[in-house]
Design a protein around this ligand. Structure first.
Ligand code: FPP
Ligand code: MG
Length: 347
């Protein structure tokens, strides 16, 4: 059973403050981040100008590079004294972002999404076949990065992640419009589709740095818990967010019958509110404008938002606890501040 009480509440901050926070968070890895950025926006450009344009569209679309920051900070926090970050740490960060971007391009095909980060998705601007191929091309680039890293343990970790991402999406697809409340299944799906890549990003650099097992494990635990927290916040924003700030249509999970934490908190009740939400889902009224608006209103009026914020706070606390096993450093402080940055999105 998931804990319900004594959980952290998200701090209240504005969007501008959160941008300032991000600047401070990435300060210890500023130079490495710039190299990764150049790699993603320049080195990947294909000989074919059309493919080159597609690649620059997906990488210059205002992504916050949260996974890149996690990878570089995890690498920096696990450096053996006197050592510097190296080429392999950079490639591991690039690899993590490539897999993330590829999965989003494919996810937008699966969701038939027309907007991502406020811009037209590749499937909307061109077509689904092209988006599938672009996603594949990005996965191919990720394989080249893995080959350059030449570490079989890291190859195994990222191979597992690719499988987990697909399995997570399949689990989600198979449970659409399912009104049964199964928290374990929800968390496991969130680990597969999101936290697995966060965990790989956070601890693979420590493996490359030959850091002690305790540190490698601490970073892995950090990544898993932060990833779960991130997905819960993402699920919450689908209920509370505005199209302008989300860069995509809110309410799209509910409309597609994807039942996440805010709705689960209502469905687990034994009252008229739960009965009505179940009915909206079972009859597919939830797929309509009125039905999804009513569903969102039920969640908001019956504590679904507050309970979800607390649940995200619980995983944020677990992520914070994992960091205590790392030696104090500016990179460790940034990893901690990154947790707050993820939670701030709930405001
Ligand atoms: C966004 O979820 C999507 C993911 C976190 C992962 C998607 C993974 C795949 C499509 C499988 C990847 C394929 C291979 C070959 C590895 P969301 O829909 O909840 O978030 P969104 O609101 O940002 O779209
Ligand atoms: Mg999606």
């Amino acid at each position: 059973m998931l804990p319900r009480n004594n959980m952290t509440s998200a701090p209240i901050k504005t969007a501008t403050q959160s941008q300032e926070d991000l600047k401070a968070i990435i300060a210890p890895i500023k130079e490495e981040l710039a190299i990764v950025e150049t790699w993603l926006t320049t080195n990947l450009i294909d000989d074919n100008p059309f493919v080159g344009e597609l690649l620059s569209q997906v990488f210059q679309s205002g992504g916050k590079r949260v996974r890149v920051a996690i990878a570089l900070l995890g690498s920096k926090a696990s450096l053996i004294e006197g050592r510097e970050m190296g080429r392999l740490n950079i490639i591991q960060a690039v690899l993590t972002e490539l897999i993330h971007t590829a999965s989003l391009v494919h996810d937008d095909v699966i969701d038939s999404a027309s907007l991502r980060r406020g811009k037209e998705t590749v499937n909307k601007r061109f077509n689904e076949r092209l988006a599938v191929l672009l996603g594949d091309l990005l996965f191919a680039q990720a394989s080249i990065c893995l080959a350059r890293i030449m570490n079989p343990v890291v190859v195994g970790i990222y191979g597992q992640v690719l499988g987990d991402l697909c399995a997570g999406e399949i689990k989600q697809m198979r449970s659409q419009f399912n009104i049964e409340v199964n928290w374990e299944a929800y968390i496991n799906k969130s680990i597969a589709k999101t936290a697995s890549l966060f965990a790989a990003g956070a601890h693979a650099g420590a493996i490359l740095n030959a850091a002690p097992d305790l540190q490698v494990q601490a970073l892995k635990d950090y990544g898993v818990n932060l990833g779960i927290c991130f997905q819960i916040v993402d699920d919450l924003l689908d209920v509370t967010g505005e199209a302008t700030e989300l860069g995509k249509q809110p309410g799209s999970d509910l409309r597609a019958g994807v039942i996440t934490a805010p709705a689960l908190y209502i469905l687990e009740r034994d009252d008229e509110t739960a009965k009505r939400l179940r009915e909206l889902i079972k009859t597919r009224q939830i797929c309509t404008d009125e039905g999804s608006e009513e569903g969102i209103a039920l969640i908001k009026a019956n504590g679904g938002v507050e309970a979800t914020v607390k649940l995200a706070g619980h995983y944020a606390d677990l992520a914070k606890q994992s960091l205590s096993k790392l030696a104090p450093s500016d990179a460790r402080d940034s990893l901690e501040n990154l947790i707050n940055y993820v939670l701030i999105r709930t405001k």
